[in-house]
Ligand binder design. Structure first.
Ligand code: NAD
Length: 359
């Protein structure tokens, strides 16, 4: 499909190709929608096998950010960038500073951050060339690791699901299976353990498991057997696309609530399968919005207490999503898309009122 056709299909505003021979930079920046404010979203560095694959990915990611910002109540639009290349071999100061120049050239229409394949250090090089970057280290006045705020958002989101499912948001004695024992899971397990939940964890890395076991008491299961466990809550905190034709029929839980991105392999089909099984699914981009809240907070001068307070709002947002899903008998991800689209429409309408901000 031609780029313009792809952009028109999903309403993207702008697609920018960045190329520089000296640094080897080949990057694509996509801006989906700036109704609510400048587009924000990470920079992914990946070994795409074709430009088409990179363009498709960046358009999809940028659109996802519009929905995430909107439902999180942020005044940001949706954007994303991809750098085509091997993040283990092709990174350099020159590459990221060159990329920073291109971002700066967009004059603030797009603000970047780290994503898969890029790190805080890379963003610090970008920062040398543009102020339109977030997710830099605390030492340099940035927000540092977003995982604690993401995890807190997932924790309050789980409580909102518990309240909707069981009439009480206490997680005490609830059996919670957590897939992945990485950065987010580590902090999440601590919140859940403090609430006396019964934890079952799983990771392909023994080192990660042991790190979590240093701070909480939990049972450990083999990653291959994880879907066979009966539990109150299943929490995907590792991989995307894990809710699919193979896994959903095996699921023996009442709630799915975790931080992983793009959990539904096919949004419509698998969202509906979960609804039919009466499993309450917390849409990933709603429950993991703490990470975005954290980096966006950096733009106002970072304070973790303010970011955590903001992440508290995930409880009410999810409660509203679940209510609409129940009232209209639609999958929760459809309910959250609806709320995000409504906000875009409503706030977009303010533009017609003249104020000193209209130029
Ligand atoms: P991480 O890399 O620290 O942790 C992921 C863990 O999953 C790793 O320990 C890895 O070994 C494990 N893993 C990989 N394959 C597995 C498998 N088959 N079974 C069990 N474990 C497996 O990442 P993270 O920062 O903790 O993020 C977790 C998820 O949440 C990711 O999908 C990420 O995209 C998403 N997310 C993270 C943030 C954030 O603030 N870090 C924000 C939003 C979304």
């Amino acid at each position: 499909m031609l780029n313009f056709d792809l952009m028109e299909e999903f309403g993207h505003e702008q697609l920018v190709f960045c190329s520089n021979k000296e640094s080897g930079l080949k990057a694509v920046i996509a801006i989906h929608d700036t109704t609510l404010g400048p587009a924000i979203g990470g920079t992914r560095m990946w070994k795409y096998t074709s430009v088409e694959e990179a363009v498709e990915d960046v358009l999809r990611l940028a659109r996802g950010m519009t929905y995430k910002s909107s439902i999180a109540g942020l005044n940001f639009g949706g954007g994303n960038a991809v750098i085509i290349g091997d993040s283990s071999k092709q990174k350099s100061e020159l590459l990221f500073r060159t990329f920073g120049k291109f971002i700066d050239g967009l004059g603030g229409r797009y603000i970047t951050a780290e994503d898969v394949g890029t790190t805080v250090k890379d963003m610090e090089y970008v920062r040398m060339e543009t102020k339109y970057v977030t997710g830099i280290s605390k030492a340099l006045g940035g927000s540092g690791d977003p995982a604690p705020v993401t995890a807190y958002g997932v924790y309050v989101g789980m409580k909102a699901c518990a309240k909707a499912k069981w009439g009480n948001d206490s997680l005490e004695n609830k059996k919670i299976v957590i897939q992945g024992a990485g950065q987010v899971a580590q902090h999440l397990c601590e919140h859940l353990y403090n609430d006396n939940a019964e934890l079952i964890i799983s990771d392909i890395s023994e080192e990660k498991i042991n790190k979590v076991l240093n701070s909480v008491k939990a049972d450990v299961v083999d990653p291959k057997d994880i879907y066979n466990n009966e539990a109150d809550i299943f929490s995907p905190c590792a991989l995307g696309a894990i809710l699919n034709d193979n896994t959903i029929p095996k699921m023996k839980c009442e709630i799915i609530a975790g931080s992983a991105n793009n959990q539904l392999q096919n949004e419509d089909k698998h969202g509906k399968m979960l609804l039919d099984k009466d499993i309450l699914y917390a849409p990933d981009y709603v429950i993991n919005a703490g990470g975005l809240m954290n980096v966006s907070n950096e733009l106002e001068g970072y304070r973790q207490d303010r970011a955590l307070k903001h992440a508290d709002s995930i409880y009410d947002i999810l409660t509203r999503v679940i209510k609409i899903s129940q009232e209209e008998n639609i999958p929760t991800h459809k309910a959250s898309n609806k709320i995000a689209e409504e906000r875009l429409l409503q706030i977009g309408g303010i533009r017609k009122i003249y104020s000193s901000k209209n130029k």
